[in-house]
Write a protein that binds this ligand. Structure first.
Ligand code: PXL
Length: 284
């Protein structure tokens, strides 16, 4: 290799990021949304799958949920951290991980153990609490396990309106109550919080609140329609993940992620399903 090509390959070494998430078969949400976001934002994306979700068009597009075997989840995490984790010898070590849908208390236990052992710098948690169509008792156990075992390990958390109410115990009706919930979730977790009002708070703008213990900032963009778009939450958290891995501050990562998602929603993709999907190529 010539010195010029060595220099070129060194300078172009991308940051490496991992998503621990479910597959959503139609490609709008989950690991597929994460990987597309990572690629658009110039980081090397890795996906370790926790479950496979296939919407059911014969049953109101409810979620059919199949967990991945626990040993297979642990095997994926072992392979990934051996190849890219701290001390692996990788040129760009894996210091940033995103957690998406885990889906069961068993998976939460497996992932919590791996996170504790791997010692990541940035752990971005998209606290996916309820999967449409899951059996309610099982969903409640999963929510409780997520709060007890994963939330304390997070350095950045991105709850939507429903998740922010569940994590904070507060009712969210406007920007002021969204701010109060963001502060409360920071107090509980110690993480930077980006609480998403999205289309669920009335008014012309989609409003999110960032709080990291010091800075409280309202991020606002004009609403694009009034229906939630599939993949918006996954892509927002994935964009935060990519930006943190590239060295952005938590606040700058939140701002960039909001702009990325707004552009992706403007360029959303329609299908035969009764919802649209964010297009990560929208900002181009
Ligand atoms: O958008 C939340 C989400 C995350 N992960 C998977 C999903 C969904 C929603 O459908 O299927 C795998």
């Amino acid at each position: 290799m010539t010195s010029a090509s060595a220099a070129a390959s060194t300078t172009s070494t991308p940051a490496v990021v991992l998503t621990i998430a479910g597959s959503e078969a139609t490609g709008g949400a989950g690991a597929q949304a994460d990987l597309k976001t990572f690629q658009e934002l110039g980081v090397f994306g890795i996906a370790n799958l926790t479950c496979i979700v296939s919407f059911d068009p014969k049953d109101n597009w409810n979620h059919r949920f199949v967990p991945i075997d626990q040993q297979v989840i642990a095997d994926q995490l072992e392979a990934t951290t051996a190849a890219y984790g701290t001390g692996s010898g990788a040129v760009s070590e894996l210091g940033t991980v995103k957690i998406g849908m885990l889906g069961s208390p068993a998976t939460i236990g497996t992932v919590a153990t791996a996170l504790t052992n791997a010692n990541f710098t940035n752990v971005v948690l998209d606290p996916v609490l309820i999967c449409k169509g899951q059996e309610p008792g099982h969903a409640l156990d999963t929510d409780e396990a997520l709060k007890a075992q994963i939330l304390p390990l997070a350095t950045f958390v991105t709850p939507n309106h429903f998740e922010a109410e569940s994590l904070s115990g507060l009712k969210i009706t406007d920007v002021e109550s969204l701010k109060a919930a963001a502060v409360k979730i920071h107090e509980i977790s110690g993480a930077a919080v980006l609480a998403k009002g999205g289309v669920r708070i009335s008014g012309p703008d989609a409003v999110d609140v960032f709080f990291d213990g010091t800075t409280l900032e309202v991020l606002s963009a004009p609403k694009v329609g009034d229906v939630a778009v599939s993949g918006a939450g996954c892509s927002l958290a994935a964009a935060v993940t990519a930006e943190l891995a590239k060295g952005a501050t938590a606040l700058d990562a939140a701002r960039t992620a909001k702009a990325f998602v707004t552009a992706g929603i403007k360029n959303r993709v329609t299908s035969g399903a009764p919802f649209t999907a964010l297009w990560q190529g929208g900002p181009r």
